[in-house]
Design a protein around this ligand. Sequence first.
Ligand SMILES: C[S@@+](CC[C@H](N)C(=O)[O-])C[C@H]1O[C@@H](n2cnc3c(N)ncnc32)[C@H](O)[C@@H]1O
Length: 185
Amino acid sequence: MRTKRRRRKSRRVERLRRLFPDEVEYHRDDDFVVTCPTRLCFVPTPIDAVIRILEHLDPEPGTRVVDLGCGDGRFVAAAAYLYGCRGIGVDVREDVLQVARRKCETLGVEDKTVFIRADVREVDLRGLRPDIVFVYLLPSLLRELSDDLAACDATIVSYTFPIDSLGPPKVLKLDERRRAYVYER
Ligand SMILES: C[S@@+](CC[C@H](N)C(=O)[O-])C[C@H]1O[C@@H](n2cnc3c(N)ncnc32)[C@H](O)[C@@H]1O
């Protein structure tokens, strides 16, 4: 039984690897540069890093996962597909949100995921009632969000950049170079 479950999981992991390549940059619509004056580069978290972070968190089905600046939605898609989480992705770029919705349909998790076009600085994070918040954003933007992150009573995971104001993190060493910083609630 356990072997069957393990095989099913590794098939799903392989599917995620195929669907979410590590090197992508979707076209950007310049309109967003005006409405949201940040650097709007979509640089994805490598899918193996996403999988490793989720293995560490080991969320229960139904756990509410929010990715602020979700890009192609890989974190919430993988959480929904591998663990049965409910996912909310927020991004200002409509092009990446469309990709995210399409990929979630391909995986059959569109009923578990929602993608919202918004500036993360204007989102009512507590209102989304997250259990886990994932961020891969520039430090300047993380500083702007740090009060909201501290107030939302969720486990916060920041890929690459620590958020000093949240206290000492658990550091996940994903490989030789890559780190994720986990702030347990
Ligand atoms: C480094 S990428 C990370 C994407 C995804 N979270 C991942 O880990 O693969 C950052 C994303 O945040 C989005 N972003 C940047 N500033 C934003 C803002 N103020 N509001 C909403 N999204 C923003 C960008 O459009 C981009 O898709």
